[in-house]
Design a protein around this ligand. Structure first.
Ligand code: AMP
Length: 738
């Protein structure tokens, strides 16, 4: 759960009133991170080019002025004027050349591999293919749709269910997690305790004339990006300023955002009307539970709370032992102000969340050695602040040097890396970025985001946070049910304990109806506060005492309370577990996977580009297609037998007996990422074709299912089976269209 940091504060924390700066930082809302390095300025070559362009433009202006002056003078010959005009033309050509290089540099910054296309063109190609092949469909399309809602069509559903099946395998099964499935509709009290009711907000501005709403930070971001990308005359200092704003966008308070919008003259994008000041908008969808309308509920904005409120039962189910993890996959709902970026920011999405409960005094992990040698891109906060880039770090070193706070957090970072790369996320476009101190909740021990680079920039897809004991404490306080763990001692231990014994009789006489609140406040004193009161009572006989729930200070006298340090035998330690929470945005991961898997290749005749998704078999919506080469009853029958054997082996398959040319059928299924195609060209043996290499092997009909299963299950690679079976040269028909 990455949350508007604010709710990370307890409702009544004294910090809230004390530190305005801290509060403004904590009141920051959760935003989509797609900025470059948080502290990055323009790249040095970009800055140099901007300077060069400014100089050349100045030279053009001077020369243009010179030409004008020459033309105005009667004593100047035509030859002199022509020569000055020629110089001007030369300088203009130089400006154009530098501008072109600068534009290329700006476009290239932060770009991933897009097969030579611009980011926008690449995205368009991917999204068009996804929509045309029904990976996704804008929801309620026949009624013109509603922003921020998407349906998954047949291949999209299959990809999603494969991703979730692998998630269950990789996390729930391999880590023995306890899976739960809780309701989406959540009563107000739960989300009040978690802080969502009060603080789950984004900053919004309104078009003052039409009332259209926009996210304030999005408008500022668009302005900065557009200036940087399109205004090549921007001075390097201004470019740095705008890049800095992009980097700290998440940290700007409402006032700071409002001031920047005003300073840059930003207006409503559609109408150019003036905008209101930014103000917070709660992102939860509110509903009411039952017919009376008296019981408020919300569609859950995350699945985690369902796990926290079940902690006591889950702990018991686990034999009252720590550590253990609970997991949940389910829909989350956020009423995003102005959803954009397609599938990346939507109003209903699937979250897969893990809450790993651990003893705060022992965050080691028994299986850390399994991931310690992994080396991948990490972006520690020090590197971000120094303006450096993400770099490869060995996970074991990151934990031993305390770059990553503890082993359990490190273990999950490693497991998330393995999960994402197994799915087909390119490891060079995946980085783990540590939260900057001001991005983190005050109680959080450490947080890292798995960010994946796509055409929209670096996108936070998984948040991995050590949230300490915050959530369980918040629900303990609100529900009155202690969500705690116990450590039984083998031998009782003698400990010195503070014992506060309020005298209810004396307090009742003094405070009457308020007695209960004074008693509770006395009992809730920290050891330091209690010892200070004891000293004051002993020296002065009375002490002033602030009772927050009464909202006033009362006078406590010596007879009202006894405070002593007493030796006690303890048989167990009672504590609130810490929680380490990896939270996966499944839709975002899938979208990034689409971009990382997509490529085009020319058709054989080279007259068109064919689209391909190079999904690993694990993810592919259909694992295998079966095509009779030509339309005859005999070959159709064989194709049906093979399809049946594939289904029996648990391999999803598609049989296409349409008789369209085989090349066209390959192209159609390459476009939805089917990794293997069986072509039935005889009644004894058939060919199996691999999607990316287009290589084919010849296999006996009875062996097809087992060979395809071997490669789709990952027990053999395609190269392995190429060794074992004769290769097959493409037929004339295949060559024609493939
Ligand atoms: P958060 O609780 O805000 O940290 O979100 C957890 C994960 O949910 C993030 O890492 C994202 O992958 C995903 N996520 C958050 N908001 C959205 C959204 N509006 N649309 C799609 N995915 C989201």
């Amino acid at each position: 759960m990455r949350f508007p940091t604010p709710l990370l504060l307890r409702a009544q924390s004294p910090l809230q009133s004390q530190s305005k700066t801290l509060l403004s930082l904590l009141l920051r809302s959760r935003r989509l991170s797609s900025a470059p390095s948080p502290m990055a300025g323009p790249s040095s070559s970009e800055a140099t080019l901007r300077e060069a362009l400014a100089e050349k433009q100045a030279a053009v202006d001077t020369q243009a002025e010179a030409v004008r002056t020459l033309k105005a003078r009667p004593d100047v010959s035509q030859a002199e004027i022509d020569s000055a005009v020629e110089s001007l033309k030369g300088l203009k050509l130089e400006v154009a050349a530098v501008a072109k290089r600068l534009q290329a540099e700006v476009n290239a910054n932060g770009d991933g591999s897009t097969g030579g296309l611009s980011k926008d063109a690449f995205r368009l190609a991917v999204v068009n293919t996804l929509e045309r092949r029904l990976f996704f469909i804008p929801s309620f399309k026949i009624y013109r749709g509603v922003a921020g809602f998407y349906d998954y069509g047949p291949p999209g559903c299959a990809v999603k269910s494969n991703v979730l099946a692998f998630w269950r395998q990789h996390f729930v099964l391999e880590e023995n997690m306890l899976e739960v499935d809780c309701p989406c509709v959540t009563p107000e009290v739960v989300l009040k305790a978690s802080g969502h009711v009060d603080k789950f907000t984004d900053l919004m501005v309104k078009d003052e004339k039409t009332g259209t709403c926009y996210r304030a930070d999005h408008l500022l971001k668009d302005y900065c990006k557009e200036k940087l990308e399109k205004d090549l005359t921007l001075a390097p200092a201004k470019a740095s300023e705008l890049k800095h704003i992009l980097a700290v966008l998440d940290d700007l308070s409402s006032e700071e955002l409002g001031a920047k919008l005003k300073e840059y003259g930003i207006t409503a994008p559609d109408t150019k009307n003036p905008l209101s000041d930014p103000y917070p908008f709660n992102l939860m969808f509110q509903t009411s539970i039952g017919p009376t309308g008296l019981s408020t509920g919300y569609m859950r904005p995350e699945t985690a709370q369902g796990i926290f409120v079940n902690f006591k039962d889950l702990y018991y189910y686990n034999g009252n032992r720590l550590p253990f993890a609970a997991a949940q996959i389910g829909q989350a709902f956020r009423n995003e102000i102005s959803p954009r970026q397609g599938l990346l920011r939507v109003r209903e999405f699937t979250l897969a969340e893990i809450e790993h409960f651990v003893d705060p005094d022992d965050k080691s992990h028994p299986k850390f050695a399994d991931v310690a040698d992994l080396e991948f891109l990490m972006f520690p906060r020090e590197d971000q602040m120094a303006g450096e880039s993400a770099r490869k770090i060995v996970l074991g070193e990151a934990v031993s040097k305390r770059t990553i706070n503890n082993e359990t957090l490190g273990y999950f970072i490693g497991r998330v890396f393995l999960f994402l790369t197994h799915l087909g996320i390119d490891k060079d476009r995946l980085r783990f970025r540590q939260h900057l101190p001001n991005e983190m909740a005050h109680y959080a021990a450490d947080c890292w985001d798995a960010e994946i680079e796509c055409s929209f920039g670096w996108i936070e897809c998984v948040g991995i946070a050590d949230r300490s004991a915050y959530d369980l404490r918040a629900h303990t306080d609100k529900s009155g049910i202690p969500l705690v763990a116990h450590e039984k001692f083998s031998e009782p231990r003698e400990v010195e304990k503070l014992v506060i014994t309020p005298s209810k009789k004396d307090l009742g006489l003094a405070f009457k109806g308020s007695q209960k609140m004074v008693v509770e406040a006395l009992e809730a004193m920290t050891e330091k506060e209690a010892l200070e009161m004891k000293a004051t009572l002993e020296s002065k006989g009375e002490a002033e005492f602030l009772v927050c729930t009464l909202g006033k200070t009362v006078n406590i006298t010596k007879n009202m309370v006894t405070i002593n340090m007493e030796k006690k035998k303890e048989h167990q330690r009672v504590f609130t577990p810490s929680v380490i929470e990896p939270s996966f945005g499944i839709g975002r991961i899938i979208y990034c996977l689409y971009e990382h898997s997509f490529y085009t290749r020319p058709s054989k005749s080279e007259d068109e580009q064919l689209n391909v998704f190079r999904f690993p078999p694990l993810v592919a919506p259909i694992k295998c297609t079966v095509f009779p080469l030509i339309k005859t009853q005999k070959l159709d029958d064989v194709a049906r037998i093979i399809a049946k054997s594939l289904t029996a082996a648990g391999i999803s398959n598609l049989i296409d007996v349409t008789g369209t040319s085989i090349g066209k059928r390959y192209a159609r299924t390459d476009e939805i990422g089917v990794p293997f195609a069986v072509t039935v060209d005889s009644t004894t043996t058939v060919t199996i074709r691999e999607r990316d290499s287009k290589e084919q092997i010849r296999v006996e009909i009875g062996e097809v299912a087992s060979v395809v299963k071997e490669v789709t299950d990952g027990h053999s690679t395609w190269a392995d089976v190429m060794w074992r079976f004769p290769t097959h040269a493409a037929s004339a028909d295949e060559r024609l269209d493939d």
